[in-house]
Structures are given as C-alpha cells and as structure tokens.
Design a protein around this ligand. Structure first.
Ligand code: IVH
Length: 711
C-alpha cells in the first residue's frame, strides 16, 4: 500500500473507531489496538509532511496558543428559546393552543406533532463544515456574532472532524445524500457529571499538592464554558467535554422535512444526538414527557434545566417564524433549579467507616434539584478553608443527580456587606466582620470515640486513630477481621455485619465469639440453618494464624505482607505488641510510618484488651515454631517493575495492593515518572492518572493488576 493510501485508510479507521467509542459508546477494538493504529498514523504523517491534513485524527490537539479570540458573524443567527414560566401542565397547553391558533387549525383538526427534547445545561455551539470538513466552531455570543473557538472544540472526540460521504462505513444505514458543500450544525457543549466530579477531584489533588493558580469548578456548565474559552487548546483537551447536536442551520439535505428527520440525519453524519427525544401528539403527551423526564432527571449523566418542545414539521416551523430572536415553534419548560442560596447553621464533623473525618455543613433547609437539602459535604479541612465556609455564611448549594449536595461558594456580598455610605460605614463593616463565624479547624480528636485524629503528611484527610474502639468504624473493623484473607469467617459479609451491629448484638470483635444461635436467628431474614452455618464458621475461625490475626486487627499501614513480616520476625503476638519503635523498624521494609502506626495501636489499652478478650474467647494461632512452613513463597512475577497506585480500587485496599506488588518483587512509588512501569488506577483516580497518560505509562485496573500477579 502506498503511504498515501495507508494514511487515508488509517484515518478512516480511526474516525470510525472514535465514533464507535465516543458517540455510540460501543468500542469495537481494544484501546491498545486503537493506540497502535494511531501511532502508526503519527509515524507516517511525520515521514510525509506533505500529506498532512486538518481533518486527521492526530490533529485534535495542538492547535497552538491563540493571542485572542476572533469574532465570528453567524451566517444564520443563533436564536434562543422562549421559556414557559408556568411549569405546570397549563404551560404545554397554552403553547399548543398558541400554535394551533397561529396555524389557523380548527378545534376538530388532528393534534399537532411535536418533538420533545431535553434542554441541556451547557453552552450553544455552531459548527461549520465546508466540503465535509470542520472549519469553524463558534460560540453563540449575542446570537449575531460569537467567538471562534475551533481549536478547543476540535479536542472533543465526539465531534466529527469530517462528515462521512455516502459510502462511509461509519454508519449502518448509508445516508441517501452526499455531504452538502456547507453544513452548519448547532448543538450544546456540556460536561458530564462524572467527568465534572473527576475533574474537580483532580483539581483538589493539585491544590493539595500545592499547585498555584488552580481552582475547582462551580458546576459542569461553568467548567465547560471555562474550557471552551481557553486560548490554549491543550488546557481544553484536559477538560472532558461532550456534545449533543440538536439542529442544522444550513445544509440540511433535500428530503428532510421534519425535525425528527433532522436528528436522524445528524446521527448519520456521526454526531451524538440524545436518545431522550420523543415525538408527541398534542399537549397531553408533552406534559407526559415533562413529567417522565422529571423522574429521570437525577439519573441522567448530565445536567438539564428543562425540556424543549419543537413543532416537528419544518414547513410549519417556517410558517410560524420568529418574534424577537425567539422562534414561535419552540418553547422551553423548566425544572426546579439545581442551585440555591441558603445559610450555614453549623459545621459538623462526621466519622466514616474507615475513620475519615468529614466536615459537613448543616444548612437551613432549602429546596434544590427537586429535594429539600439540609446537609452538604465539605470533603476535608483544606476544602473548607479554601471555600472559607463559616457558620452563619450565606452559601450557594448545588444538588444534581445522585451526587451529595455540595457548597459551591460563599456569597461574599452578604457575608461582608458593603459598608453603607456616611459616618456609620466603619461601624457597619466592623459589625459584619465580627458577626462572621470563626474559620473552621478540623478537630484534634475523633468526635465519636475521642481518640486522637491525625492528618498524615501529604494527605488531605484527617483520620481517627481509634481503630477497634471507634463506634463509627465498628462495621468496617468486623468486616475486615472476617475477610477471607484475614481471620476468615465464611458467610459473615457486609450485610449480616450491618444487621448484627444495628441490632446491638456485636459491639466489638470478641462479641462475635459470644453469639448464640438465638441471637442470630432473631435477625431478619435469617433461617436456622444459615444461622447454624454462621456459627460454625465463627467457631472454625478460632483456629487461625498469627499473620492472619494481626492483619485482621485492621491496623493502619499493616497489610497482609507486613503482618507476615512482623509475625516472622517476632514470632509471637506478645512480642509484637511489646516491641519498641526501633525494634519494629528492624523488620524488613518497615519504616517509621508503619512502626508508629502499630505502636499507637497497641498503646491504646482498649486495643490490647480486644486481643486479650479474643484469646479468652478461644481464638488461637500457632506461634513461632511452625511459622512459614508449608507457605509457598510468592512467585516474583513483578521483579524490577515500578508501580504507582491512584484512586480507590474496587476490592483491594491501598496497602493490600502495595503488599501484593511488593510480595511479587515489584516496587511501589508515590509519583509517576518515565521510570514508572504501571499505574494502577481505581475510582476517582487523580492527577497521577493524567500524568500516566501524558507520559504514556501503561494504566491498569485492579483486574489488570491481579492478572499480572498471576502470570
Ligand atoms: S434549540 C430555536 N434545543 O437553550 C431554538 N436549544 O434558549 C434554538 N438548548 O442557547 C435552540 N438544549 O444552547 C435547542 N434541545 C435543545 C437545547 C437547546 C439546550 C439551549 C441552547 C440555547 C438555549 C436556547
């Protein structure tokens, strides 16, 4: 194949796969294969600069740095939609009545056909294609003139750089028409909620790491708008944007006579079109759509602020025309806002199952995003300080989707009222400042159990050190103890533990061994047979090993392999509990952090008491003599490989993952560099994942890691 042909074929394949991946959400080849094709194309394009083309998939990023935005006069003005203020059913009815009147339809005429769509909460964009190639993307501006933001819009993989011609393989049903010489597509650029949350999580991590000039974003729409207005497209490329097409302003192929056909045509051209569209006949069906979407709103992956009704027939649309930049044939029907103002009554600190202290703002009840909100998370100490939320402040609360309500910002105008003019000005200001609450500080002790709370260096979270004594961590502690890799109580899972703790029959670990059949049978949905099985499993768990027992105590930083190392080095539980910091650090791979953590744990009398009680209940483990025997040494499958862990893995704890890697001969490092072999990423992975992608370091999920370990 000639380089020219190969380049063309690669571009076509990559367009097709990107469409399958980003628009249809149905990847057809593995990522690695896509990368291989992409890299091959990059090589060929580098070797043949004369074959460069702006519509190549390699040309999405790298538009360079602009000095300023260029103004763009829209060839067809970008209109806005009239908003029906009446959000009850009468809104749809009066819209339908108006349309019928304008179209001079009689009472007995058939119902009008409408298309009901979602009103996406993003920003309007006009995309111009000449000879099928994207040449310009412009913001709405004042509707007549917008700004050229092509360089940023090109980074959105959902937006085709090139419209497919008739015989393209891009679509199942071949389009019946050639791409017109000029096509102008209108739609909405937005950010998905999950992308927004991850972006903010990354921003928080950057801020925690001391990055200057970084901030978190208020809501997906602001984040999207900010990305679109970057002069440097590499910044926009790192802000995950999405797109929905909803109209064709120019170049609609002949034969398309309705809005619903327009949407079908947009899909054929490869644009993402929302699947939440419905053809509705008459006002009642519009009302139904509004009600149906109100119920679905929270579960949508993106924000909407309402629904839009459009007359389906394009001929009727033309007949209806416009009034002052608003078409008569469309109307928006809003939903309750997802952001509201309220005041902060208190800032409480909650302790999570893992001992994490989370500041939570108690709010004056406010109706936002369809529910009454009285609490909003503040994440951690830094976050409260950065937003500078204080008791008594007026704040903007956002609640969208299933996401926990959040404080977006403090409304400083009311927190610091502008001093009134005149001689009282100074007094007013002083008064306002005096009235504002003190700056928040995270408590030094756990509000649940009173144990010391610590924030380790480089960490954003403060944790309770109470371990087994802390009521907040009880369920987690028992779950950990009963885990397969710890003491292992078969059949004692999260649900059952939850039931037992809630019923008050287990308060701490030794209570497990004091349970009788009656206690368990009394639990809801518990048959006698299963209760007997649980009891038998508890009985069986009494015979355990020292490393399993030590690991099962859930001491922070003491994972499976560290527990093994301690057991091997000291030989007995008493020796471990009594070891000094220095003695602990003599164990291979044990540093000050682990040693201190273990020391602090056994310095708390309650934790020792738990160990003694467990022994008294009959829990035993073999000590020094036969340790290590029969235990196969872990195969060194990861010898010489360096790993970085980021985010939350679905089942493995951070320490567990670290130990597994180290046991197999690998190294775990804290930061990503060119020397990193793998980044293992879980949920809410942050800047380390970005860095990995930037450097082309292989990224694994938990399954991937387990696979490596086995092979
Ligand atoms: S149609 C003639 N459809 O709402 C109407 N607009 O006020 C032209 N919007 O700035 C727009 N979802 O960005 C249309 N499904 C949808 C929409 C939608 C959101 C935005 C659009 C425009 C504003 C109109």
């Amino acid at each position: 194949m000639s380089p020219e042909h190969e380049i063309q074929s690669l571009r076509e394949q990559l367009h097709r796969h990107a469409h399958a991946y980003y628009v249809l959400d149905e990847p057809r080849i593995p990522d690695a294969e896509y990368d291989r094709l992409y890299q091959r194309l990059e090589v060929l394009e580098a070797q043949h600069p004369e074959l460069a083309s702006r519509d190549s998939p390699t040309m999405r990023v790298g538009g360079g740095l602009l000095a300023a935005f260029t103004q763009v006069k829209h060839s067809v003005p970008m209109l806005s939609i009239r908003t029906e203020t009446d959000t009850e059913s009468s809104g749809a009815k009066s819209f339908d009545a108006r349309i019928r009147k304008e179209l001079k339809l009689s009472e007995s005429a058939v119902p009008i056909e409408y298309v009901a769509e979602l009103k996406f909460d993003g920003l309007a964009m006009s995309l111009r294609y000449e000879s099928g190639v994207l040449v310009q993307a412009a913001t709405r501006g004042d509707g007549e003139t917008g700004e050229d933001v092509t360089h940023n819009i090109r980074t959105i993989y959902q937006i085709p750089l090139k419209l497919p011609s008739v015989r393209s393989e891009l679509v199942e049903v071949p389009p019946v028409v050639e791409v017109p010489p000029v096509v102008e597509v209108r739609g909405e650029v937005y950010m998905r909620r999950d992308d927004f949350e991850q972006l903010n999580e990354r921003q928080r991590a950057k801020i925690a790491a001391g990055a200057k000039g970084e901030k978190t974003f208020v809501n997906p729409r602001n984040a999207a708008a900010g990305a679109v207005r970057q002069l440097d497209s590499s910044i926009a490329a790192n802000r995950p944007l999405s797109f929905f097409a909803y109209s064709v302003a120019q170049g609609l192929p002949d034969g398309v006579t309705t809005h619903s056909e327009t949407l079908a045509q947009l899909k054929r051209w490869g644009f993402p079109v929302s699947s939440d569209v419905r053809i509705c006949k008459g006002a009642d069906e519009l009302v139904q759509f509004h009600a149906d979407m109100a119920l679905r709103r929270d579960r949508l992956p993106f924000d909407i602020d309402g629904v839009v009704y459009k007359v389906n027939s394009l001929a009727a649309q033309a007949q209806l025309g416009f009034v002052s930049r608003e078409p008569r044939w469309a109307v928006a029907h809003k939903y309750p806002a997802q952001e509201q103002m309220t005041s902060v009554l208190a800032i409480d600190v909650q302790v999570g199952r893992t001992g994490k202290l989370t500041p939570v703002a108690k709010l004056a009840p406010v109706f936002v995003g369809g529910v009454t909100v009285t609490n909003a998370t503040l994440h951690n100490e830094d976050e409260v300080r950065r937003k500078d939320v204080r008791v008594g402040d007026t704040v903007i609360v956002r609640r969208a989707g299933d996401v926990i309500p959040e404080i977006v910002s403090v409304v400083l105008d009311t927190a610091h009222p502008e001093p009134a003019l005149g001689h009282e000005a100074g007094a007013t200001l002083q008064h306002a400042q005096r009235k504002r609450g003190a700056m928040f500080t995270i408590p030094t002790h756990c509000p649940v159990c009173g144990s010391v709370a610590v924030r380790e260096e480089g960490e954003a979270d403060t944790r309770c050190t109470g371990g087994l004594i802390c009521g907040a961590q009880r369920k987690q502690a028992i779950e950990h103890f009963a885990h397969k890799r710890a003491v292992y109580i078969d059949g004692l899972g999260e649900k059952l533990i939850e039931q037992m703790v809630d019923a008050g029959i287990i308060k701490s670990l030794p209570d497990l061994y004091r349970l009788g059949l009656a206690n368990i049978v009394a639990l809801e949905r518990m048959a006698e047979k299963s209760a007997q099985n649980v009891l038998a499993a508890i009985e069986k768990s009494k015979q355990t090993t020292l490393p399993r027992f030590l690991f099962g105590l859930g001491i922070r930083h003491v994972g499976e392999s560290t527990a093994k190392a301690f057991a091997k080095h000291f030989g007995s539980m008493d020796a471990i509990m009594d070891a000094t910091d220095a003695q602990l650090q003599q164990v291979p791979d044990v540093g000050p952090v682990v040693a201190q953590s273990l020391r602090a744990f056994f310095d708390a009398p309650f934790n020792r008491e738990v160990v003694e009680q467990l022994r008294a209940c009959g829990v035993t483990w073999e000590e020094a003599t036969n340790l290590g025997e029969g235990q196969p040494t872990t195969p060194q499958t990861l010898l010489g490989k360096t790993f970085v862990l980021t985010g939350t893995l679905p089942t493995l704890g951070r320490d567990e993952a670290k130990e597994l890697i180290e046991a197999a001969g690998g190294k775990v490092s804290g930061s990503v560099s060119k020397k990193t072999d793998y980044v293992v990423a879980g949920a809410e992975a942050g800047s380390k994942l970005d860095k990995a992608r930037e450097l082309g370091v292989a990224v694994l999920d938990e399954d991937g890691l387990m696979h490596l370990l086995r092979n």
